[in-house]
Write a protein that binds this ligand. Sequence first.
Ligand code: HEC
Length: 129
Amino acid sequence: MYRMLNGLLGWMVGAVVVFALFSAASLAALTALAAVPPERGETPPAIAPDRAVALRHLLIQDCGSCHGLTLGGGLGPPLHRQSLADKPVPYLAAVILHGRPGTAMPPWSAFLTATEGEWLALELKGENP
Ligand code: HEC
């Protein structure tokens, strides 16, 4: 009798363990699925939305102080899309990040990452999503 009970108990414990393992595994799988971002069909923007707001603010406030409030030119040349049409993004990003030595154009690399410099260049060219 005792032996039978013991056997039954062992079987039940085994079943519970298997069940627990199974649920843990499915839970892990579900969590992993939930962590995968939804399909976008394009690469996500490298700049977070709140950072983009801050960078647009920087363009008007800081860059605008030299390039004109509407970036139409002042101490610095105009930064409108038409004015920059023939200037490649990597060139503009380099000027923004490293400034132009010997002129009033200061380097911004202390405040901006390389990605942000490129984002600003794309923004000026009107090529940001
Ligand atoms: C203190 C004044 C000043 C500030 C602030 C300033 N710039 Fe400039 N920038 C200039 C000047 C002056 C030039 C032209 C340099 C030259 O003579 O080659 C220039 C040139 C540039 C150019 C090259 C334009 C071209 O047609 O080749 C870009 C791009 C530019 N600035 C972007 C920016 C951005 C973006 C900011 C803000 C993050 C900024 N600038 C802030 C003064 C400034």
